[in-house]
Design a protein around this ligand. Structure first.
Ligand code: XMP
Length: 508
């Protein structure tokens, strides 16, 4: 495998993905991983990531220089390069500004193994922060940028390579080739990472660990938990019990649909807990969105974890980004969030060895691939993301059953029209929002004073940024007409045309 030591770059996860795309398993660890532990993992290669720090900062993240004597091939990227130069006796110059941008590679040593197949003058994505003024003894210069900035160096005897640019981002034209050269040519890592392999191995592991034991897992109807449930079921059959909690904040006929999908189409044993009343009464009169989220989280823990008894293992669908975020290097550019899969109750169970997280090394799109391998139908796979707090964050202000009912109808009309016209699969998410205002209208001869529904649809590749959805106007018109005609009490529909940033996808 390839071990990536994380110095806090926003691109660290991308490095891991690129390595896996090459068919090689890679894992990310905090930069301060103990050297003995590192050695014990016997990685084929080590990649030192970029990071926001400057090597001359007082608290700059450091590693033991002994890492360069392990005999394991090392690739330093950006901060990883500066750190290597700094630790091995070269000179790094601090600059005040940190600029990212396009540059052109000027290759000086064309026979470098790292650069085989990488084109001279190809585009590289630089991070002009600190720059290397003098290379350490034993190193040679392999490349510069067109304006003379040192961009690549290598040791003449040891397998130590450094690049100032980011080969992991797509803007670096031949970045994949370079990483391939390091992973396969230099580190000679075993190529045994494929999703088929992962599925097979995970099924085997689950069987070894859990066969004949009582296993539970939570399902929501979303892609991750559904895939996990199918995988566990494939491995363990009826030893698995999936639990589906209805929090009263689901969409139109969603509970029925999810149950039918899981039970009838996927053949899973699902226990259904309708806790709607508990959630809705806990939310009564609550306006603040964060407060709503907290209450929902707490009631969920009460209903789900405290309701559990008589089980040996709890399987969770925690993904790699959640794991990384929870263990992340605390640097200035990091925002660390506590994931709901890591609440106190889970930590207790973890201590008892009762938690299993088969997806803890997977990225979202890898889970989708697992789902395809398992034969989960595309319509289940293609479901839009739906937030844990559900409609609670789509009824702006305090929540009542009446508002929820009205919102469900509006949302259903919108989604149905998008499905009929094929637009459902073209957007990342689409939904209706219940606004806490009333507006004047005329219906027949009478003035009305009715509710307002906002429609939102966005396109996105990961939910981090999003563009407002350019839906055809005739679809929007039909949806608006149906909503005001079919839902008494609603007399106005608006469409949200803000992107993220500055807006978020959800309204709360
Ligand atoms: P925002 O609104 O932050 O949403 O642009 C980004 C993505 O996350 C979903 N979302 C949530 N998911 N709990 C969740 O599980 C939440 O509290 C939550 N808030 C937003 C949102 O639907 C979008 O896909």
């Amino acid at each position: 495998s390839i071990v990536i030591l994380d110095f806090g770059s926003q691109y660290t996860q991308l490095i891991a993905r690129r390595v896996r795309e090459l068919g090689v398993f890679s894992e990310i660890y905090p930069y301060n991983l103990n050297l003995d532990e590192l050695r014990a993992m016997e990685p084929a290669g080590i990649i030192l990531s970029g990071g926001p720090s400057s090597v001359s900062d007082e608290n700059a993240p450091m590693i033991s220089p002994q890492i360069y004597d392990l005999g394991i091939p090392i690739l330093g990227i950006c901060y990883g390069m500066q750190l290597t130069v700094h630790l091995l006796g070269g000179k790094v110059e601090k600059s005040l500004h940190r600029e990212y941008g396009k540059a052109y590679l000027s290759l000086m040593k064309k026979d470098s193994v790292l650069f085989q197949g990488v084109r001279d003058n190809s585009v590289i994505w630089m991070s002009h922060g600190d720059s290397v003024l003098r290379v350490p003894e034993g190193f040679e210069i392999v490349g510069k940028s067109q304006d003379g900035v040192l961009t690549a160096i290598q040791h003449t005897q040891k397998p130590i390579y450094c690049v100032q640019f980011h080969p992991e981002v797509v803007h670096t034209e031949d970045g994949r080739i370079l990483l391939g050269n390091f992973v396969k040519g230099i580190a000679r890592a075993t190529m045994n990472w494929s999703m088929e392999n992962f599925v097979e191995k995970t099924i085997e592991e689950l069987r070894t660990k859990c066969k004949g034991k009582r296993v539970v897992l939570g399902v929501s109807g979303g892609v991750d938990s559904t895939t996990l449930a199918v995988l566990a079921h494939r491995a363990l059959g009826t030893d698995v019990k999936a639990i589906f909690v209805n929090n009263g904040l689901l969409r139109y006929q969603e509970a029925e649909e999810v149950l039918a999908n899981l039970r009838d189409r996927l053949g899973l044993a699902v226990e259904y807990i309708d806790a709607s009343d508990r959630f809705l009464s806990a939310l009564e009169g609550v306006n603040d969105p964060e407060q709503k989220r907290k209450i929902i989280g707490k009631v969920f823990v009460d209903v789900f974890y405290h309701g559990l008894s008589d089980f040996d293992f709890l399987i969770q669908g925690t993904l790699y980004p959640d794991v990384i975020e929870s263990n992340a290097v605390k640097g200035p550019s990091q925002t660390i969030k506590t994931h709901h899969n890591r609440v106190k109750e889970v930590e207790e169970l973890e201590k008892q060895g009762k938690i299993i997280e088969p997806f803890r090394f997977l990225f979202k799109d890898e889970v989708r691939e697992v789902a395809r391998i398992l034969g989960i139908p595309e319509d289940i796979l293609g479901r839009h993301p739906f937030p844990g707090p559900g409609l609670a964050v789509r009824v702006i202000g305090d929540i009542t059953r009446e508002k929820l009912e009205l919102l469900r109808k509006a949302d259903h009309i919108f989604i149905s029209e998008l499905k009929v016209t094929g637009y459902y699969d073209k957007v990342w998410q689409a939904f209706a929002v219940f606004l806490p205002i009333r507006s004047v209208g005329v219906m027949g001869d009478e003035r009305s004073y009715g509710h307002v529904i906002a429609l939102r649809s966005v396109t996105s590749s990961d939910g981090m940024t999003a563009e407002w959805g350019r839906l055809p106007l005739d679809i929007l018109e039909r949806v608006a007409n149906r909503i005001v005609r079919e839902i008494p009490g609603v007399n106005r529909v608006v469409y949200d045309i803000t992107s993220k940033p500055p807006a978020t996808i959800e309204w709360e």
